[in-house]
Design a protein around this ligand. Sequence first.
Ligand code: HEM
Length: 249
Amino acid sequence: MENNERREQQGSLAFFTVLILIIQVLGLTAVILVAVWMGSYRGGFAWQSDPAHEFNYHPVFMVTGMIFLYSDAILTYRVFRNVKKTYLKAIHGIIQGVVLIFTGVGLKAVFDSHNLHSPPIPNLYSLHSWIGLITVILFGLQWLSGLISFVAPQLSMRARQTYMPHHVFWGLAILCLAAASAVTGMTEKALFTDFYSSFKYSSFGMETYIINFLGVTIVSLVALVVYVVSRPEYKRQPSPEEEHIQLVH
Ligand code: HEM
C-alpha cells in the first residue's frame, strides 16, 4: 500500500516535471516569436527618435514580462518545493518586480509611439488598451498587497492565511487577463498592419503563421500554468519547522 502510494506520488511528480518543461518551452517560444515578428517583419526596434519602431518594444516587453516571467514567478512555490519559504518569497517578489519594470518599459514604448507621432494618436481608445490597463493596475495592486501581507511583520499568521487563497485566485486571474490583453493587442496589430501596409493577414504567409502560433502558444502556456497551480497534489508541503510556526501563531 505504502509502496503503491509512493509510486503514485513519483509518477505524479514526473508528470509535473514534464508540465513545467513544456511551460518553459512555450514561454521561450512566445518570446522568440514576438521578437521575430517585431524584429524581422515589423522593421525592428528604435527609441524616441523613431516612434513607429519604438512601438515594437511594446509587444516584446509585455509578452516577456506579463506572460513568461509572470508565469515563472507564479510557479516558484511549486517548482522549488524543498527551498526555505523565506527564499521563495524573495524569489517570487523579485521576479514580479522585474515584471513590473518590463511592463513599465512596454507601456512607455506604446504611449511614446502615440504621443510622439505626428499628428499624435489618441491614447486609451481601444478595447485592448482598456483590458491592458485594467490588467496592469490589478497587477500593481496585487504586488503591493502581496508585499504588505507577506513581508510586514505586524500581520498575524491568521490574517496571512485568510488572504492567501485570494492572492492565489487574483494571481491566476491577472495572468488570464494578461493573455486576453496580449491576444486582443496582437489581433489589433495584425489588422492595423493589414490596413496600413502591404501585408495581407489572410495571405497565409509566414507573418500570419507567426502571429497565430504566438497567440496559441500564449493561451496554451496560461492554461497549463492555471492547471498546475490548481492541482492540490503539486502544492508545496510546509516543512516541519514551518508547520510548527503556524501552530504557535
Ligand atoms: C500582454 C499584455 C499587454 C498589455 C497589458 C497591454 C497594454 C496596452 C495599453 C495599456 C495600451 C494603451 C496605450 C495607449 O493608449 O497609448 C496598449 C496599446 C497597444 N497595444 Fe498593448 N498590451 C499588451 C500586449 C500587447 C501585444 C502582445 C500586442 C501585439 C502587437 C499589443 C499591441 C498594442 C497596440 C497595437 C496598441 C496601440 C493601439 C491601442 O491603443 O490599442 N499589446 N497596450
